[in-house]
Ligand binder design. Structure first.
Ligand code: GDG
Length: 491
């Protein structure tokens, strides 16, 4: 697919991480593939195309990997070899780039999470974090990409990923006007008005950085429209909503949506391993007759508390379900160094405890919360749920929605937020909810549990078909194809 070009994937995170030796379990130090939707999706591109991966060293473990060569040839414990070139910013610059600008400022903007009457407070510190953190680290990354592109014997094809690196395309374009650059934005793109929460130099800087691309990719058609309108309203550029293009500095930039997906074969194989089957055995020892599941990072955007409130409402309305149903929230701890995130996990746990105190009886506990990070356990949950609750406030795509139904063995029902990117593909076969509406979500949970077998089977099959037809390989192939076709070819 990419034999005649040199792909360069550029992302904040490397696709792998060093796991230290565990003397108690007698396991040696090993290199493991990174967790999370983005890494999962891009690993297959990097592994199959011998791409070079440019990443930012985040901690001592990444810096140890960086010392193994530039680029370092790194083999994970599953035998996949990656070529990774680590950029090593000073610790303070990294902190400002990642912990001040990217998270929370941009993440909160792009998921509409700010409580605007109070936050954000933009001041000198924000501008310093922007200049000395975000712009500086983006420039270091861009310089590395330029060096690698110049060193390559094949024409480079640059794939930049996500909100930490919006300025990279513009910076690379300034040094290499002819290079092909694409940026994929994994999270929602909000309306032009919401971007004006950020001061003009910052929001324009981000947008102009992205416009260094030939092609900007998003998860959904809603994101594409919002982006084009942002270019028009906030920068006064000429856009064509029909052709999905925008003109900038004499170039035409194409804007397209490519819904990200999963590696169907490898996920199904992984969901059938002994480790997962052992987890499933454990689950079967405690599962109730009816199991509601959610699997999420403890991120504010995932809307975990309202999910519990909806379940509480359902239990209030349906006493007949008491004792027969349980809500299992399997949660991966996320960004616990940020105050808001620690406080959010605190409220998740306290709301669950309150609901359990209210309804528990005779050995029945309505909610089971587990905060852990064992993929095999999540996969066992995928196999066993009757209803999967995916109710984010806003979400770029949400891979759990796709993975869950694909792996499920009971024709379980998907309850899906209309603001998850996956709703554009799966909404017709799921029970759609407004994520803020507790009553509607409660009703959907109930309908999901009560649905008859033929209807459940038909809906689940349509979702499985949709995910199979548009898997991760298609996500990558469509982007590469568009880069070749729309922009005049690279080979
Ligand atoms: C961002 C965007 C977009 C599940 N349990 C464990 C675990 N998982 C995996 C899931 C899934 C991934 O984590 C989560 O992906 P999501 O897509 O649901 O959400 P984000 O992490 O917010 O991802 C999102 C995605 O990027 C890709 O573009 O879809 O909208 O926000 O693959 O299977 N991973 C580990 N331990 C677990 O226990 N390590």
């Amino acid at each position: 697919m990419l034999g005649d070009v040199q792909p360069i994937v550029v992302a904040n995170r490397a696709p792998l991480a060093l796991e230290p030796a565990d003397h108690y379990r007698n396991t040696p130090e090993r290199l493991v593939k990174g967790a999370g939707g983005l890494v999962t999706a891009l690993s297959s591109l990097a592994a199959t195309t011998h791409a070079l991966w440019v990443a930012v060293a985040r901690d001592d473990s990444d810096r140890a990997l960086a010392s193994r060569g530039d680029p370092a040839e790194l083999e994970t414990d599953d035998g996949t070899v990656y070529r990774v070139s680590f950029v090593q910013p000073p610790l303070e610059a990294y902190d400002l780039y990642y912990n001040v600008v990217s998270n929370p400022l941009l993440w909160f903007i792009q998921h509409y999470l700010w409580d605007l009457a109070r936050e954000p407070v933009v001041d000198t510190a924000t501008f310093r974090a922007w200049r000395e953190g975000y712009v500086r680290v983006n420039q270091m990354v861009a310089d590395r990409v330029v060096a690698e592109a110049r060193a390559s014997t094949l024409p480079p094809l640059v794939f930049v990923q996500d909100y930490q690196l919006y300025c990279v395309p513009g910076m690379v374009r300034a040094a290499l006007p002819e290079v092909r650059i694409q940026h994929f934005v994994h999270i929602p793109w909000p309306t032009p008005q919401y971007w004006t929460v950020l001061p003009k130099p910052i929001r324009d800087g981000l947008l102009k950085g992205l416009l260094g691309c030939d092609l900007v990719g998003f998860q959904t058609s809603r994101d594409v429209r919002n982006f084009l309108m942002t270019c028009e309203e906030n920068l006064g550029l000429t856009v064509d909503l029909g052709a999905r293009t925008v003109r900038f500095e004499g170039r035409t930039i194409w804007v397209r949506n490519y819904p990200i997906s999963v590696d169907v074969d490898s996920l199904l194989a992984q969901a059938d391993t002994e480790e997962v089957l052992a987890e499933e055995e454990r689950l079967l020892s405690w599962r109730p007759e009816k199991l509601i599941l959610r699997v999420d990072r403890t991120d504010l955007s995932k809307n975990i508390v309202r999910g519990f409130l909806a379940y509480e409402r359902m239990l209030e309305d349906h006493h007949e379900l008491h004792g027969d149903v349980q809500f299992w929230a399997y949660l991966q701890p996320s960004r616990q160094d940020i105050d808001d995130y620690r406080a959010y996990l605190g409220s998740v746990l306290s709301v669950a405890a309150r609901i359990n105190r209210k309804f528990s009886r005779g050995g029945w506990t309505p909610i089971r919360v587990e905060v852990d990070d064992v993929m095999a356990r999540a996969l066992a949950g995928y196999r066993q749920f009757d209803v999967l609750l995916v109710n984010p406030i806003y979400d770029g795509m949400n891979l759990v929605a796709k993975e869950g139904v694909l792996c499920n063995r009971r024709d379980g029902v998907l309850v899906l937020s209309e603001n998850a990117g996956s709703h554009e593909e799966l909404g017709d076969f799921a029970l759609s909810v407004n994520p803020f509406d507790i009553d509607e979500t409660a009703e959907a949970l109930y309908l999901g549990l009560a649905m008859d077998a033929p209807q459940k089977a038909a809906r689940a099959e349509r979702i499985r078909e949709t995910v199979r037809a548009a898997d991760i390989n298609r996500w990558i192939a469509l982007q590469v194809q568009d880069l070749r076709d729309l922009i005049g070819g690279t080979g």
